[in-house]
Design a protein around this ligand. Structure first.
Ligand SMILES: Cc1cc2nc3c(=O)[nH]c(=O)nc-3n(C[C@H](O)[C@H](O)[C@H](O)COP(=O)(O)O)c2cc1C
Length: 206
């Protein structure tokens, strides 16, 4: 059992981990990640999300076979190194958003009349907030995780492989495992600076 981590430390330490060692992840830890995910806020408390939990080598292998585009050797962007690293994760969680749940919820009595519809797609926002809680819980548990996109052209193969109903759309996927220190792709932060607060915060006006 790890000593509890300060919240600010969880926030600061979190970064995407793209290679993992071969220690398994305790199922109870994955339970906690998913429990925290369902504590995310959601518009109208719709909770229009679902989480596909893949935690066996077979299921994880099927995920990568279904979702990996053919990557030419040496491709710089998301090439074989990236895939080789990500494949070492013992657990993959796929958060899925459910737009029809919001259509139904916002037609209910307490919502009708609100000049609603959504200025932005709340189903993706809510599911994204849940995904962040999964990432933060991984850090809190001393693990690493990485959120990444499923290529659009692989989404149907992913759906077919796991029997995902049409109402649910994967917003991405999250690998989870014990991080390998300082190996694997460091990603964009190795090439880009974090923006200064002054650049992104507009106090009392733009
Ligand atoms: C919506 C979204 C999609 C992302 N897609 C990918 C991806 O496909 N592959 C990947 O390696 N990282 C992906 N990332 C991770 C970002 O590259 C990463 O969060 C960013 O470079 C900042 O690094 P950090 O999270 O380690 O601080 C994604 C992150 C988000 C929020």
């Amino acid at each position: 059992m790890l000593p509890p981590m300060e919240f600010s430390e969880v926030v600061r330490r979190r970064r995407m981990v793209r290679r993992y060692d071969d220690r398994p992840v305790e199922p109870t830890v994955v339970d906690r990640m998913l429990d925290h995910a369902t504590r995310a806020p959601s518009a109208g408390f719709t909770q229009g999300w679902a989480f596909l939990r893949l935690d066996t080598p077979d299921a994880v292998g099927r995920f990568w076979r279904a979702t990996s585009p053919e990557v030419p050797t040496g491709s710089p962007a998301q090439g074989n190194d990236w895939l080789d690293g990500m494949r070492t994760a013992p657990v993959v969680i796929v958060p899925l958003s459910n737009k029809p749940a919001y259509l139904t919820r916002y037609a209910e009595q307490d919502k009708s009349g609100s000049d609603q519809r959504w200025p932005v797609p709340y189903w993706h926002i809510d599911t994204g907030m849940a995904a962040l809680l999964i990432l933060q819980t991984a850090v809190d548990e001393g693990l690493g995780a990485c959120f990444f996109g499923i290529p659009d052209q692989r989404t149907q193969a992913f759906r077919d492989e796991f029997g995902v109903p049409p109402d649910f759309k994967p917003i991405g996927a999250i690998t989870v495992g014990h991080r390998m220190p300082d190996t694997g792709s460091p990603g964009s932060p190795a090439r880009r600076e974090r923006k200064d607060l002054d650049e992104v915060v507009h106090r009392n006006g733009w």
